[in-house]
Ligand binder design. Structure first.
Ligand code: ZN
Ligand code: MN
Length: 142
């Protein structure tokens, strides 16, 4: 994933929709671009706060919402009560740990493509969620 290019796209999209480009807004997207663990809004907030101590949770929420509306990030899954976000918007699948809620990308190629029309639905994109117990949680079992 080309971070510079993606940040450029974001700044361009902000300009296009008349959104102010603030360092805090950019920082929110940067956190999402660098993390592959599919953080929650609170996770993003905690990381942005290290650099911008006066950022508010509301600002982070709004920025995440805007990023999603712009199609630059997407919701991955609801785990418990928290929504998880992903800056990787290409079609890919996820491994979800049922014990700690860790979400990782599936790195091998799953040889499955859905039909373009399912039960009358035009298919836009797809993602499989595979549930199991992660290696860290397995190690704790013993
Ligand atoms: Zn786990
Ligand atoms: Mn992902």
């Amino acid at each position: 994933m080309d971070r510079k290019k993606k940040l450029g796209q974001f700044i361009e999209a902000c300009r296009h929709s008349g959104l102010k480009i603030t360092p805090q807004r950019v920082a929110v997207y940067e956190v999402l671009l660098t993390r592959e663990d599919h953080p929650t809004v609170e996770d993003i907030y905690n990381e942005v706060k290290k650099k911008y101590p006066f950022v508010s949770l509301a600002t982070v929420y709004r920025t995440v919402e805007t990023l999603e509306e712009l199609g630059l990030i997407r919701k991955v899954a609801y785990w418990g009560s928290s929504v998880r976000y992903d800056a990787n918007t290409s079609d890919h699948h996820h491994l979800i740990c049922v014990q700690c809620g860790a979400i990782r990308d599936v790195e091998f190629c799953l040889d499955w493509t859905p039909p373009t029309n399912i039960q009358g639905y035009r298919v836009h994109k797809y993602s499989l969620h595979i549930y199991g117990v992660c290696p860290v949680c397995q190690a704790k079992e013993n």
